[in-house]
Write a protein that binds this ligand. Structure first.
Ligand code: NDP
Ligand code: 2IT
Length: 451
């Protein structure tokens, strides 16, 4: 027996132990799986079909993993090579769907953890989307537009044979925004001679959806607002710390302020800024989206603010609400304990898997509110699903229509997670509720479809 966790169910333990041997070098993937399997204990024990049909053993194995060479020419004429990935995890409830991440830390473990999480997240949206994820260890930082374009073209030259609007629909993630999606779309169209909704997060002039840019951050705040209200709280007058300063963080800031909160700290991978007067999201937009600069330059706009080198220190800034919106495992156990000691009442995850298991245990021990990423950051992919619908009917909806649908979806996800937690005897545990509610739909589809 290799496992040391709290799980008791023999079937789940055997799946986890087997995976620990097979995926010994994939720590992020094992972490994501273990977190889900722990929640599924009461579900597996009440329905013997999941074990008989080995649903869990099948779910932890991706349907397909593609790894490929991505050669490209830099501005100096030198040939560079990166590694590309697409993990097509589960298509039980729809075509594979999930983002592409471009960051030097990308490896198979990271893409598999993200793909695994995506399966449950997409199920929670109630839209017909399976789960997948991809990316590369290419670092877009410091590269010219021409280098990024040549990389994206080379990446898509291989990826295009594996994807399609009814097969697998990638989108953005860390390092992949409007610029990259445009280059990827252009190359797909050139090679396949098809103008189709094969990617989401597209520009508005060629099939993108209004409100997709804002969707993850807005959705996170709609979810947090629902959870706060269900617990007799609200954003009004709250001090909020948001890590990161990318797509998710910027629009989480905007919506949070609209809901009455004050965002006092934000970060990038180099350091964090503190502005007790509240950070205007438009300044961050200018720094990050227009200038592609460092958050440190916030001081050029607001000299009274403070900049601190090193990103993890952001969790020492006293706040009522924490929204990690940068990357995985950015809140460790010590940071979680510091947040709690400083009076934080809730952690709402915008990034994927930003809290370590030790951090989650600390939130639970303190009884503070916690929303797991696969529920509270589902607004991005949900709106990608709405972009796919608009592409299929060759119509586009207004910002207000998309935003209203997004809000309804996020409130629905909160209600579904809360109901599942209560049904399985864990009232108030939104983390377990999210895993269970996400699981049930995918498992049911798998049972119907045979092996
Ligand atoms: P962006 O590339 O727009 O921004 C990422 C931000 O996080 C940047 O501020 C970046 O700083 C910081 N960051 C990235 N990696 C690290 C690291 N290793 N350590 C510290 N800081 C880091 O990405 P997104 O905003 O799109 O994504 C942020 C998170 O949200 C990710 O976990 C992503 O998976 C998740 N997510 C994104 C969705 C979307 O629709 N975009 C949907 C759901 C989840 P720097 O610029 O210095 O690198
Ligand atoms: O993690 C995520 O959900 C995303 N990066 C968005 C995926 C998508 O297909 O919009």
């Amino acid at each position: 027996m290799l496992t040391t966790m709290s799980m008791k169910n023999a079937y789940l333990l055997s799946v986890m132990d087997d995976l620990k041997v097979k995926s010994a070098h994939e720590p992020e993937f094992l972490q994501a799986v273990e977190e889900v399997l722990e929640s599924l204990e009461p579900v597996v024990e009440t329905d013997p079909r999941y074990e008989r049909q080995n649903i869990i053993g099948r779910m932890v194995e991706p349907e397909r993993v593609v790894m490929f060479r991505v050669p490209w020419v830099d501005d100096g004429g030198k040939v560079q090579v990166n590694r590309g990935y697409r993990v097509q995890f589960n298509s039980a409830i729809g075509p594979y769907k999930g983002g592409l991440r471009l960051h030097p830390s990308v490896n198979l473990s990271v893409i598999k953890f993200l793909g695994f999480e995506q399966v449950f997240k997409n199920s929670l949206t109630t839209l017909p989307m399976g789960g997948g994820k991809g990316g590369s260890d290419f670092d877009p930082k410091g590269k010219s537009d021409g280098e990024v374009m040549r990389f994206c073209q080379s990446f898509m030259t291989e990826l295009q044979r594996h994807i399609g609007p009814d097969t697998d629909v990638p989108a953005g993630d860390i390092g992949v925004g409007a610029r990259e999606i445009g280059f990827l779309f252009g190359q797909y169209k050139k090679i396949r001679n098809e103008f189709t909704g094969v990617l989401t997060g597209k520009g508005l002039s060629y099939g993108g959806s209004l409100a997709r840019t804002e969707a993850t951050g807005f959705g996170l705040c709609y979810f947090a607002d629902a959870q706060l209200r269900d617990n007799g709280q609200s954003f009004a007058g709250k001090r909020v710390v948001i890590s990161g300063s990318g797509n998710v963080a910027i629009y989480a800031n905007q919506k949070c302020v609209q809901l009455g909160g004050k965002v006092i700290a934000m970060s990038d991978s180099n350091g964090y800024i503190v502005d007790e007067n509240g950070i205007d999201y438009k300044v961050i937009q200018e720094i990050k989206e227009v200038k592609r600069d460092r958050i440190k330059t916030y001081l050029d706009y607001v000299p009274s603010a403070r900049y601190v080198e090193g990103c993890s220190g952001i969790w020492t800034v006293p706040c009522d609400i924490a929204m990690p919106c940068a990357t995985q495992n950015e809140i460790g156990e010590n940071s979680a304990k510091t947040l709690i000691a400083n009076g934080c009442i809730g952690v709402f995850e915008g990034a994927n898997m930003p809290s370590t298991p030790g951090a989650i245990a600390a939130y639970q021990a303190a009884g503070i509110l916690f929303s797991p990423a696969k529920a509270s950051n589902a607004g991005g992919v949900a709106t990608s699903g709405l972009e796919m619908s608009q592409n299929s009917e060759r119509l586009s909806w207004t910002f207000e229509e998309v935003d209203a649908k997004l809000k309804g979806i996020m409130e629905g996800i909160y209600a579904a997670c809360a109901a599942a937690a209560e049904k399985y005897g864990m009232k108030g545990n939104i983390q377990a509720g999210a895993n269970i509610a996400g699981f049930l739909k995918v498992a049911d589809a798998m049972l119907w479809q045979g092996i």
